[in-house]
Write a protein that binds this ligand. Structure first.
Ligand code: CTP
Length: 399
């Protein structure tokens, strides 16, 4: 189930080469459960055919204000929409929309709606950077229009630059976000993910079994609920849409990256940070040599979650994880208090289908108030949302 399930979405397509990608956007919206009503401008019909959209969308293409069967199609479309998306949006569409012009069905529908509007511009780099275009975007953003920025890449005519339409999966994810609760909007959320790697020598490391799946699911969930997300990660997975990813390897690199954003509104330390590291990593690869087995002396890493707990700014929600194989709740409660956390996620990593590397998890949330919330076995994304439900509850208790 997605936020688009059952939503009535008007998909406006304007005349740019990226119009061909609107076909995939249409398909993905329908797959996500949306009822998609396509509007093609005259320009769009130079690039893509009506038949394609007729076949893929939930209703036939509309493109004129002068439809005999529906004398006022723009008000009907505008009034009944839950969301209007324009993808791709040309420079001309931005200018018309900014000025309130309504000389075709799409612009008239945009003026005749109270539904949220999301536009995904696409144009050549020179046009994108033109002050008139940027000025129009600023005005539209100020009016509450959601803008999915274009990406760098190949443009029409073989040029390479900024201005390419955002990827269809990104446009659809942004649409879902517009329709989501937004209960974390305006917040900066920092999430750590994965197990740290501590060097023995330039080729060998000590690490743990964490794969970062729960941390990435937390990042996706926080972004979807409206947050600005910084994901500090040790793993090489596809970046979650909309998140700023900072790649690190060791506990001390993770510490530096987290401390640089320690004023965030919410910090979730989902990473499995090493407790020990080789005291003096070798500068060169340790050779097998004459068969001597090296002894690796370990030292403790610094527990920077303790630092975060001590310097916690007013109103910040600090969340830790306790990955345990025994005495789950007792250990978790101890860490909650010792590290001055607001919430700890008690994770029995030896339970079936839960913990490291699994796609599912089962946790107990222990709150500073003493309350305990059992989250049953579910996908890591569902568990992530349960964690943020609890975080939103904790935030609500702050003065
Ligand atoms: N943590 C941290 N820095 C460390 C070690 C842990 O910030 N050097 C954080 C983890 O990200 C996690 C929480 O502290 O959110 C608990 O980590 P865990 O390893 O379970 O607990 P420890 O305090 O190391 O206790 P123990 O070794 O007794 O399990």
């Amino acid at each position: 189930m997605t936020n688009l399930d059952g939503a009535r979405v008007v998909l406006g397509v304007t005349g740019g080469i990226a119009a061909y990608k609107a076909i995939e956007i249409c398909r993905r919206l329908v797959d996500a459960g949306a009822h998609v009503v396509p509007i093609l401008t005259e320009g769009a019909e130079h690039f893509v055919g009506r038949t394609t959209f007729d076949a893929l969308a939930s209703e036939k293409v509309q493109s004129t204000l002068w439809d005999e069967t529906s004398p006022i199609p723009h008000t009907l479309l505008g009034q009944t929409a839950d969301l209007i998306i324009v993808a791709p949006a040309t420079a001309r569409l931005l200018a018309d929309y900014r000025m309130g012009r309504s000389d075709d069905l799409l612009t008239a529908t945009l003026i005749a709606t109270r539904a949220p509007v999301m536009i995904a511009p696409a144009m050549h780099t020179e046009m994108w950077e033109h002050p008139a275009v940027q000025d129009n975007l600023t005005v539209l953003r100020d009016r509450g229009v959601h803008v999915v920025d274009p990406e760098p890449g190949r443009l029409a005519g073989g040029d390479i630059g900024f201005g390419r339409l955002a990827a269809p999966r990104s446009v659809v994810a942004h649409a879902e976000r517009v329709l989501a609760s937004g209960d974390l909007s305006g917040t900066h959320v920092v999430i750590t993910a994965g197990g740290t790697r501590e060097a023995i020598d330039p080729v060998r490391v000590i690490s743990n079994r964490s794969t970062g799946k729960q941390g990435y699911a937390l990042a996706e969930a926080a972004w979807m609920r409206g947050a600005d997300v910084t994901l500090i990660s040790t793993v090489d997975r596809e970046s979650p849409i909309g998140c700023t990813v900072v790649s690190v390897e060791s506990a001390s690199q993770m510490q530096d990256a987290v401390m640089a954003v320690a004023d965030a509104d919410i910090i979730v330390m989902a990473a499995a940070v090493a407790d020990f590291r080789p005291a003096s990593p070798a500068g060169e690869k340790i050779k097998k040599g004459a068969g001597e087995v090296p002894e690796i002396l370990l030292e403790k890493t610094h527990d920077f979650l303790v630092d975060l707990g001590q310097q916690k700014p007013n109103g910040q929600v600090l969340v830790g994880f306790a990955a345990e194989t025994e005495n789950l709740l007792e250990n978790a409660r101890g860490k909650l208090e010792r590290k001055n956390l607001d919430l700890i996620v008690a994770n029995d990593v030896s339970a079936p289908d839960a913990g490291f590397a699994h796609d599912t998890n089962k946790v107990t949330l222990v709150l500073g108030s003493g309350e305990e919330i059992d989250v049953p076995l579910g996908s890591k994304r569902v568990v992530a949302d349960a964690i943020f439900d609890a975080v939103v509850g904790v935030r609500g208790t702050f003065p």
